[in-house]
Design a protein around this ligand. Structure first.
Ligand SMILES: *Cc1c(COP(=O)(O)O)cnc(C)c1O
Length: 381
């Protein structure tokens, strides 16, 4: 009896066309993948630079596994820390041009642990309404007063700061830098200005920007020329870096504090040697091969320029391009048709986002023919 509600709840999910299930891909990730027995062009991956299947990352992971074993065997404060972890933290700090960095087991955990460590019941969090789930759940977990502001709305944010800031001890503003389900950018310079004016900390989640935006691939912070500003930068090793794990980059003081206070870093096992080594290899490639980033942006431009005006393309300044649709059913139908035509592009539906869409992630390793196939199909819709 206690579990009967599960079935009813699932039925409701089905009726709303919100039901989700997993699909297994075969083989290595890349611009073309094998999905349910057929080759499809992959517009569903966060592997923007095509590094997850790169031989150099694979070799680095194998070598680290040989040298250090498969698991790191403990929390980093006990037995789980290796020189490899420190090497990765230093590589991240160098890429980000911050004093230091700390590596977590995932980006999700980096957000939870950082937010919980920085604010509590006497404090205030102001977060963009479209923020990633990890920022939202971190805010709830912290016990702070949470106010969501309208997406990228500076006036709304300032009004809330004016109204509430003085009633709380500390204040933390949280935002995605590239919004993961829309592809637009946060107004970073303006957010920094407000943070300074109202004595607030500013946390930016660079998950989709690291390796992608900025002249050296450092992210949205670099893109906006805000590199040396007082910021808390979070990111993931699992998107453009092709590995698994998360990080925080910032001042020495911040990182030292988090090592002592972030529960999702202290009470969890250190990143595996394989993931750690793969991420180091990825950062080296990002530094040495800017042509990958250039190719990625060339592909994005190509699609934006040649996509028919009849489709509603969301405003985007990233390799995430969304085509708006009226209903979840319409989005599902198009995704299915695309798949039958050899194109893998997911439908993103409520409750993940307010309105349904097809979400395309562009990769540096997409060839001209892949882009042309996509365009020829979409322009016939
Ligand atoms: C993917 C993502 C995360 C989570 O990163 P993982 O390393 O996959 O846990 C956090 N924030 C944003 C904005 C993301 O897109």
């Amino acid at each position: 009896m206690a579990y009967e509600w599960l079935e009813k709840s699932l039925e409701t999910i089905h009726r709303a066309h919100w039901y989700r299930s997993v699909k297994a891909l075969a083989g290595r990730g890349g611009a073309v993948v094998n999905l349910e027995g057929r080759e499809v062009i992959n517009f569903a991956s966060n592997d923007y630079l095509g590094l997850a299947g790169d031989d150099r990352l694979v070799e680095a992971a194998i070598e680290a596994t040989r040298d250090y074993g498969t698991g790191s065997t403990g929390s980093q404060l006990l037995s789980g820390h290796r020189q490899l972890h420190r090497d990765l933290e230093e590589a991240i700090a160098t890429l980000k041009q911050t004093e230091d960095a700390l590596v977590f087991s995932s980006g999700y955990l980096a957000n939870l642990g950082t937010i919980v460590a920085l604010v509590g019941q006497r404090d205030l969090i102001l977060g963009d309404r479209y923020n990633h789930s990890s920022l939202k759940n971190g805010a709830v977990l912290s016990g702070a007063k949470v106010i969501e502001y309208e997406h990228c709305d500076r006036e709304y944010l300032e009004a809330k700061l004016q109204e509430h800031r003085q009633n709380y001890r500390r204040c933390l503003i949280t935002t995605d830098s590239v919004f993961s389900m829309d592809g637009d950018l946060c107004p970073l310079p303006k957010l920094l200005e407000l943070a300074e004016k109202y004595d607030a900390m500013l946390l930016v989640d660079e998950a989709h920007a690291t390796g992608v935006l900025g002249s050296t691939g450092a992210g949205c912070v670099e893109y906006f020329h805000c590199t040396n500003k007082p910021l808390i930068q979070i990111g993931t090793l699992s998107k453009a870096l092709g590995s698994l794990g998360g990080y925080v980059a910032g001042s020495k003081l911040l990182i030292d504090f988090l090592r002592n206070r972030a529960p999702t870093w202290i009470y969890t096992t250190g990143l595996s040697p394989a993931d750690t080594a793969a991420a180091i290899a990825a950062i080296n490639i990002i530094r040495q091969e800017p042509e990958r980033r250039e190719k990625l942006w060339k592909n994005v431009k190509q699609i934006k320029q040649h996509l028919t005006q009849k489709l509603t393309l969301f405003p985007s300044e990233s390799p995430i391009l969304c085509i708006g649709l009226d209903s979840p059913q319409a989005a599902l139908n198009i995704t299915q048709n695309l798949q039958e035509n050899g194109i893998f592009a997911p439908a993103i539906r409520p409750p993940t986002v307010p309105t349904s869409r097809i979400r395309l992630s562009i990769m540096a390793t997409h060839q001209l023919e892949h882009i042309e196939t996509l365009l020829s199909y979409l322009n016939k819709l």
